[in-house]
Design a protein around this ligand. Structure first.
Ligand code: GLN
Length: 295
């Protein structure tokens, strides 16, 4: 007879050659919770009826096939957790990373004193993807109005779903379809207090270092930039936005770990003071920039 426990063992066992034991166990619990819509402890205490178990099992078997094909768990389940928010994700949209979650934490720390002093904060998240940064900022700063920009229709669709799923934040979030690199993209506000971006920054020559589950399933458009123009997106942002950053404003970039100094120099060449900051793994992952008068 199939039970919740035997299903969990089957999942963990099947995944054990692909994932470390703890991760395999955790995936098993998450698949069971998604299949039956109940938390794992509840499933063990009050197991579903045999027929329901059977239906769930079929669903799980389908998911397992996709997992063994290296499809990311987040796409299979259709969501991920980001900074305490439930964020929908789908193929065509980058899965939010822990580093980006950390970026939001750093922005909260650094920008909170300015945000507290102001009645209204104008913010923009460029290359928003799933909208995770924009949503997190809007939850952190209740006085912020945030523009979330992307050029991908798939990303915009997912970001729209995510915004609609957070009705308390939605009124302060504006989704904009635009190509950051195009001359026709012009900022809509006169000034911005907070300018954030996690643009594509993985170099083509770094392709071989990327895991197959990322390479085969996540959108290249959100990841890669040509080796010849590694700072293309940062350049476009600074060109269009550096002069309209408000006096106490903050620019926050997620960056390629090997390009900290180049990105900081680029910010300096636009008259800003830049600081390179490490992520939770000790890699140069962020550049924060502000006006010189605001040291
Ligand atoms: N950090 C992501 C990765 O390593 C890349 C995100 C990006 O290019 N903006 O897959």
């Amino acid at each position: 007879m199939t039970t919740i426990r035997s299903l969990k063992e089957y999942i963990a066992q099947t995944l054990s050659s692909y994932y470390p034991t703890e991760e395999a166990e955790s995936i098993a619990r998450r698949l069971l919770e998604s299949a039956y819509g109940v938390s794992y402890p509840m499933l063990v205490i009050t197991p579903p009826k045999d027929t329901q178990i059977h239906e769930g099992q079929k669903m799980i078997e389908g998911w397992m096939e996709r997992l063994l094909n290296h499809e990311p768990l987040q796409y299979i389940l259709g969501f991920t957790e980001f900074d305490g928010l439930r964020i929908k994700v789908a193929p065509g949209v980058l899965i939010p990373r822990p580093e980006t979650e950390y970026l939001c934490e750093l922005i909260r720390e650094r920008f909170a004193p300015t945000a507290k002093k102001k009645l209204h904060i104008q913010a923009i998240d460029l290359c928003t993807g799933s909208g995770c940064i924009a949503l997190s900022l809007s939850a952190s700063f209740p006085n912020a109005e945030i523009e979330a920009v992307d050029q991908s229709d798939l990303a915009l669709m997912t970001a729209r779903n995510n915004i609609e799923a957070h009705p308390t934040l939605a009124p302060r979030l504006n989704l904009i379809k635009a190509d950051l690199l195009s001359d026709t993209f012009i900022p809509t506000s006169e000034h911005y207090d907070l300018i954030v971006s996690n643009p594509p920054y993985v170099l083509e020559k770094e392709r071989t270092e990327i895991h197959p589950h990322v390479l085969d399933h996540e959108p290249s458009m959100a990841l890669f930039v040509s080796d010849k123009t590694p700072l293309l997106f940062y350049e476009a942002i600074l060109k269009k936005f550096a002069h309209i950053l408000s006096p106490e404003g903050l620019i926050a970039f997620e960056i390629n770990q090997s390009l900290g100094h180049d990105t900081a120099n680029l910010c300096s060449s636009h008259g800003l003071i830049a600081e390179i900051v490490q992520d939770q793994y000790g890699r140069d992952r962020f550049v924060f920039a502000k006006h010189k008068t605001n040291e």
